[in-house]
Design a protein around this ligand. Sequence first.
Ligand code: ADP
Length: 265
Amino acid sequence: MNLRVDLPAAVAAQRPLIACNDLGHVYDSGRGRTVALRNVSLTIAPGEFVCVLGPSGCGKTTLLNILAGFVAPSHGEVLVNDHRIAGPSSERGVVFQDYSLFPWLTAQANVEFGLRMEGRAASERRKVADELLRQVGLPDAGAKYPFELSGGMKQRVAIARALATKPALLLMDEPFAALDAMTRYALQSKLIDIQKQGAQTILFVTHNIAEALVLGSRLIVMSANPGCVVEDIPIELERPRRRTSPAFNELYDRVARAIGLDTAE
Ligand code: ADP
């Protein structure tokens, strides 16, 4: 199914940063074939904060991995600024649920890692890392190793590391799912600030409706078997967003119905 959707005029008028054209993906393992994605077409404009939501197994991670360049789609293509992607690139930064920091490097060195790979001078790397660690709220943690940091701190470092190379697109795969509620809320606020300051384009995978509605400017709802897009909804709630407002709850119910949850229960 290919969905045509009405995006806000300002977004629709922009040249897309990302275009997914008729993406499909099949995993073919010894135990059989799984159609993880079918007919997924969507564009993302610069500065959009797109949340992707859906039940387990609907292909969210597969879509993110294709956009990151970790997985080559079985069908279709991904264009970034009109150029077809052929693999991972520092223009697309990724933050995973399990932090994935290099345990043998300090927080500072973790943040500097991508810049080091790009061959940037030590003084420039230090300046960028200092600024990003400050931005994520860890100005004094640069010398610490990952084992010395809490889950929330590790994820702040992972966000700083992903932003260091100034990626055109930040891809986030359930980055706050393993955190306690207080830490999750704090990091959601931090991410909103970071997105606003840099007009960073973000694709954020979550299975939490409230999280998607707090963060996103747009919500892609997926369903499983085969994984496909069933709704593409602009989130036009005013910021700061209150989870208790009638507009928030109305949208929550609409999304819950789209993924087959009965909110009356
Ligand atoms: P989600 O992130 O929404 O939970 P995934 O993209 O992880 O969904 O998975 C989509 C479907 O593809 C699921 O049925 C899953 O079991 C299957 N799948 C994911 N990765 C693999 C893999 N490496 N090999 C075989 N099947 C896979």
